[in-house]
Design a protein around this ligand. Structure first.
Ligand SMILES: Nc1nc2c(c(=O)[nH]1)N[C@H]1C(S)=C(S)[C@@H](COP(=O)(O)O)O[C@H]1N2
Ligand SMILES: [Mo]
Length: 328
């Protein structure tokens, strides 16, 4: 993302961009493999998760989700790409910084303060949140505002599950996510690149949409620190920066809440930030994107960016009658 004073030009290819990615088995392949092997109980259990876990962190399987749009059907990013090419400015602004420095993040113990216009505010311990609803696997496109994308198999449940339990009041129109900002764990927080803590927000109907995921894991395991351990949101129809990582508080408000990127550059990053190939960023087109792991060599193959990142059928009606150029 942008910052005039900054040297991390996102167009520069990094080693991680040009590494040929290993194929990750998707559900279909699992089913075929299981059928070929004559499915045993063990393989049937394995089918509970659609993507093979890499075996690096604690297992967190999720059942294939029944929510419409929950799986793109596209090849997922290699675990290596998904965990080494990241934006997490609390650990630095280079794509490789989070993988290098996020080791110092302590994802346990952890709790999330739920506050504001709800009948049942309170502090939720991570273990309580993990048990709040059944874990599902959701294979979502993530489209960064910078012009790259990945397909990531998240594990979590709809944020709506948590929201329903805290009983929002009628006056609650928005939800704000506040993320960790601890200098001791996050070296990037010493730099003034953004106002910390990193804050993001959604309109209530967006937050309640079944596709809005409270994610605790990916690839059948708990989230790696660089991807926002121990919990984050994943809002697949919006630019990636809306999907706040390492959340410590969720606030219900009447007024549209502050968001970090909007504060940093309001003319470039709006509150809505729905993926929209027709509305350019002031400094670059959003018409197409580079799929991380896909392009090898100098001439990067680019894909057409889809309206609402391909989730128009599911979320288009949330914006009926809104001018999406004004509400960028
Ligand atoms: N707290 C926090 N959350 C964040 C960011 C950040 O810098 N800090 N970067 C955002 C951006 S710009 C993107 S594209 C996604 C990247 O998620 P990923 O690294 O898991 O692919 O996280 C988003 N969430
Ligand atoms: Mo991003």
């Amino acid at each position: 993302m942008l910052i005039r004073t900054q040297q991390n030009g996102f167009n520069h290819p990094l080693a991680s961009d040009i590494t040929p990615k290993s194929m990750v088995l998707q559900r279909r392949s699992w089913l075929l493999a299981a059928a070929a092997a004559g499915a045993t109980w063990a393989t049937r259990d394995a089918l509970a998760a659609t993507v093979a876990p890499p075996g690096k962190l604690s297992a967190l399987p999720g059942k294939p989700s029944a929510v419409p749009g929950a799986s793109t059907g596209e090849a997922v990013a290699s675990y290596d790409d998904a965990t080494s090419y990241n934006n997490f400015y609390e650990f630095g602004t280079d794509k490789s910084d989070p993988a290098s420095y996020a080791r110092s993040l302590k994802p346990r113990p952890w709790s999330v303060q739920v506050e504001g216009l709800v009948n049942k505010p309170g502090r939720f311990d991570l273990d309580a949140l993990l048990k709040l609803a059944p874990m599902e696997e959701r294979i979502y496109r993530l489209r960064c505002v910078e012009g790259w994308s990945m397909v990531i198999p998240w594990v979590g449940y709809s944020l709506a599950e948590l929201i329903k339990r805290v009983e929002p009041q009628g006056s609650a129109k928005y939800v704000q996510f506040v993320t960790l900002a601890d200098e001791k764990q996050m070296p990037g927080v010493r730099s003034r690149v953004l106002n910390w803590p990193y804050v993001e927000g959604l309109r209530m109907d967006e937050a309640m949409h079944p596709l809005t995921l409270l994610a605790f894991g990916m690839y059948g395991e708990v989230l790696p620190n660089q991807n926002g351990a121990p919990l984050r949101v994943a809002v697949p129809w919006k630019y990636g920066f809306k999907s706040a990582k390492s959340i410590v508080a969720i606030r219900f408000t009447e007024q549209q809440p502050k968001t970090s990127w909007n504060e940093a550059a309001p003319q470039e990053y709006g509150f809505y930030s729905n993926v929209n190939p027709q509305v350019s960023h002031p400094r670059w087109s959003q018409a197409n994107e580079r799929r991380i792991g896909e392009s090898v060599g100098l001439f990067a193959k680019r894909r057409q960016t889809q309206m609402f990142n391909g989730y128009e059928a599911q979320v288009g009606q949330l914006y009926a009658g809104m001018d999406l150029r004004k509400n960028y």
